[in-house]
Design a protein around this ligand. Structure first.
Ligand code: UD1
Ligand code: MG
Length: 461
């Protein structure tokens, strides 16, 4: 169910597309569904339907794990009405698992247990005890069996005192679900078609209704407001930080880490405060990450040191645009590695150095204030302070090749396309437009002139 507006988010974006840990709320739910090997996944969209459908298709459309379909619920007349819209695309056999697009941290194991409780014949409800059950549907029991769910707004004072609530998630056999939904009405406090009313019909038909009660509140918590979203984000990040630490990763502060994707760590990895990891990042053994680094889609080799305030923004992991940093490399502080930066072992990249779509072979250095774009840099090259590759002529990008053991002085402009021959030296302040031979000293700047006894102009009264 992803048709609701999410009024309390006060946002133009449909609620289910708001991000938790870098992924849309709905995407978390879709990923969980994918883990269950469901035959079909049906997304019920309504508010912002086109936007929701486009986002899901972009993220999951080609996912081979399931057959994805969309149905629209317009207008939105309640959760029962929502599920009614999906019936035409559902078969009569099998079990329907109803999930909420705004409950992102539900785990696949829990849903497997719920499906097991349904056993193909029962109506199984996922429930939990809340000290403060306000707002939720209450579970009415007679002994072990559930008799009804009463919504907050329809509940008597006595019913409101019940702490066991319905999570919004159920597993139900498809055939009776279809029969029961056909009988719903909207004679209730909200004039909505309640999915929860099917419990009464199941009881009347003699179908057993079971509650699968869990204790982990995080899994059933929904997002209705920016505060709830932020709270859930912190809870998610805390869980991720604890998992990393269990694996031996040393986090300076588990409360100051954000993983928006997946982070793989080897042994003896240490991460200082306020680091953000996005997409897929892998840190090999003995990597150290300084404070305030943002690292996306990158593979960092063993023993590399990423100094504070470094920004690594790789393109899609596994593509040529992902960033690679070799073993023993020293990066930053204040370095910027953009898509397609490939650094060999022991490479040094210092402050205010930007590298884009360029490879630096083993032992190459660019320690201060430099730009390397569309460059192939050989082993042990030293690229001087303030030097740049001028890779763009206003229409096209061109490559610069700097062969092994070249020394580029400070403040040089290498106008691509250009090749600097192996072991060559380029004098500081040079602007090079032509290839240079191996081993040569190349200087391209005006010769220095000194005029003796130079008299500076003077002001007369
Ligand atoms: C629902 C349950 C309540 C439960 C609670 C758990 C009903 C009648 N009540 O209440 O028992 O305790 O969830 O969070 O089911 N949606 C649609 N179309 C609609 C209405 C809702 O797609 O017409 C979607 C929403 O986008 C959301 C989900 O269904 O993802 C739940 O809707 P919401 O309005 O939050 O239901 P609650 O009143 O919270
Ligand atoms: Mg709700």
């Amino acid at each position: 169910m992803a048709a609701g507006k999410g009024t309390r988010m006060k946002s133009k974006l449909p609620k289910v597309l708001h991000l938790l840990a870098g992924r849309a709320l709905l995407q978390h739910v879709m990923d969980t569904a994918a883990e269950l090997s469901a035959r079909q996944v049906v997304v019920i969209s309504g508010h912002g339907a086109a936007q929701v459908e486009a986002a899901v298709t972009a993220a999951m459309g080609a996912d081979p794990r399931f057959d994805l379909q969309f149905v629209r619920q317009e207008p939105q007349l309640g959760t029962g009405h929502a599920v009614q819209q999906a019936l035409p695309v559902l078969g009569d056999d099998g079990v329907v698992l109803v999930l909420s697009g705004d409950v992102p941290l539900m785990r696949a194991e829990t849903l497997q247990q719920l499906i097991a409780a349904c056993a193909g014949t029962r109506l199984a409800l996922l429930t939990i005890d809340f000290a403060d059950p306000t707002g939720y549907g209450r579970i009415m029991r007679r002994g072990d069996t559930v008799q009804a769910i009463v919504e907050q707004k329809d509940a008597s004072a006595e019913q409101r005192a019940i702490n066991e609530i319905y999570s919004g998630i159920m597993a139900v056999p498809a055939a009776p679900l279809k029969r029961w939904l056909a009988r719903l009405d909207n004679k209730n406090a909200q004039s909505e078609y309640y999915l929860t009313d099917i419990v009464k019909f199941a009881v009347a038909d003699g179908v057993e209704v079971v509650a699968h009660k869990i204790a982990d509140a995080l899994q059933v918590e929904g997002v209705n407001s920016p505060l709830q979203l932020a709270d859930l984000e912190r809870a998610y990040q805390r869980r991720t930080a604890l998992q990393l630490m269990e694996h031996g990763v040393r986090l300076a502060d588990p409360a100051r880490l954000d993983v928006r994707g997946s982070l793989q760590c080897g042994q003896d990895v240490a991460i200082d405060v306020n680091c953000v990891f996005e997409g897929q990042v892998s840190l090999a053994d003995d990597v150290t990450v300084g404070a305030n680094c943002v690292i996306s889609n990158a593979t960092i080799g063993a023993g590399a040191v990423i100094h504070p305030f470094t920004h690594i923004e790789g393109g899609k992991f596994g593509s040529k645009d992902a960033v690679e940093v070799g073993a023993g490399a020293l990066i930053g502080p204040f370095a910027r590695l953009r898509p397609g930066a490939k650094l060999g072992t022991q490479v040094h990249v210092g402050n205010f150095v930007e590298i884009k779509n360029s490879s630096l072979a083993d032992g190459a250095k660019a320690n201060h204030l430099a730009y390397l774009g569309d460059a192939t840099v050989g082993e042990r090259v030293n690229f001087g302070a303030g030097s740049i590759t001028a890779n763009y002529d206003g229409a096209f990008k061109h490559r610069t090749i700097i062969e092994a053991d070249v020394h580029i002085g400070s403040n040089c402009v290498l106008i691509a396309p250009l090749t600097i021959g192996a072991s060559g030296t380029v004098g500081g302040g040079s602007t090079l437009t032509k290839d240079t031979p191996a081993g040569a000293l190349s200087v391209a700047r005006a010769r220095q002139v000194s005029i003796p006894n130079w008299k500076r102009p003077q002001k007369t009264k």
